[in-house]
Design a protein around this ligand. Structure first.
Ligand code: UDP
Ligand code: MG
Length: 311
């Protein structure tokens, strides 16, 4: 029998956990010829989440949990869950039922029958979300597409099922600053997208403040793009060009046309030239720095999906 690992990051989810367990259990039990395990990650909750998880694991041997010593963030929770998973397939799902559990069935069918390595979900609308948050979310995805070679799909959710091979390759990316949406895309593999209407949380509150989301999107850009550094070099180069133009103007005025050049013009020239050169130098330096930065991440050079030895 094939095993599916259900990975659930939880931060203060006491209100939704019993309902989540009931709903998913119903779906999983309808699936024939598969067994499953739950891996709950208590991400430093300060409510009764851990107590509930302990109770569940005593009652149901398919329930496993890890409890972090403090809040390490959803990214760390997902990594820990994937690391612990032993199933042939792993599905990451939120505890608040915003990710409809019945889709697990469909995801499994697609992986089995259609030859994909991963099934991911994206929301097609953002009903119920503050307008300003949706606006910035769209802006982020657009910006990300321009800034990086990595494809991050607008509305992408963390709800996805993956094959073991894909999970292993995600685990091989051991970088500390993690941005999973980028990592899923970086590792490649064939992914089928399922579109999904936005669903409201059944209870409890979102753990993401606007500021936390902003920080997370900056993380995404910095983790997968070094273009901002190139802009610095480009701006410096531009300033240098302008100062060269001014320099030529000053030489022509004072040495050929014998006109007096105002001191303002001369100092502007000096100022532009010096700051342009500094910025350009900084840009070049950062370029080397960006290479070093990528080296320290120790990302795999390539990821193998299949070889003759698998057969
Ligand atoms: N979560 C977590 N650690 C965090 C923040 C969130 O494990 O630091 C979990 C949370 O318990 C939930 C999932 O990640 O199961 C998604 O969080 P949330 O529903 O708050 O985010 P939203 O759906 O509003 O984006
Ligand atoms: Mg949620």
């Amino acid at each position: 029998m094939e095993k599916i690992s259900v990975i659930v990051p939880c931060l203060n989810e006491q209100e939704v956990l019993p309902l989540f367990y009931k709903e998913t259990k119903k779906v999983l039990e309808e699936m024939k010829n598969v067994c499953f395990e739950y891996i709950f990650i208590d991400d430093g909750s300060c409510d009764n989440t851990l107590i509930l998880l302990k109770e569940l694991s005593l009652k149901d041997p398919s329930v496993h949990f890890l409890s972090f010593s403090r809040n390490f963030g959803k990214e760390a929770a997902m990594y820990a869950g994937l690391k612990r998973a032993t199933g042939k397939y792993s599905v990451i799902i939120d505890a608040d039922l915003q990710h409809p559990p019945h889709l697990i069935k469909e995801m499994y069918r697609i992986l089995k029958e259609e030859g994909y390595d991963s099934v991911a979900t994206r929301r097609v609308n953002r009903v119920g979300e503050p307008k300003i948050r949706s606006f910035f979310a769209h802006l982020f995805y657009k910006f990300m597409r321009k800034m990086s070679k990595i494809e991050v799909v607008d509305g992408e959710m963390d709800f996805r099922m993956m094959s073991k091979k894909m999970v292993e390759s995600i685990l091989s990316m051991e970088e500390y600053n993690r941005f999973s949406k980028g990592i899923f895309s970086f590792v490649g593999f064939r992914t089928k997208w399922i579109e999904q209407e936005n669903v409201k949380r059944v209870a409890g509150n979102t753990k993401w403040s606007f500021f936390k989301l902003l920080q997370y999107s900056l993380e995404g850009i910095v983790s997968f793009s070094t273009k901002p550094l190139l802009w610095v070099a480009f701006l410096g180069f531009l300033l240098c060009l302008v100062s060269v133009g001014m320099g030529i103007y000053i030489v022509i005025q004072s040495f050929i046309l014998k006109n007096v050049v105002s001191s303002l013009c001369f100092f502007s020239f000096l100022f532009l030239m010096i700051s342009g050169m500094q910025l350009f130098g900084l840009g070049i330096l950062s370029f080397y720095f960006s290479k070093m930065y990528l080296e320290t991440k120790k990302r795999p050079l390539y990821i193998v999906k299949e070889t003759d030895e698998d057969a």
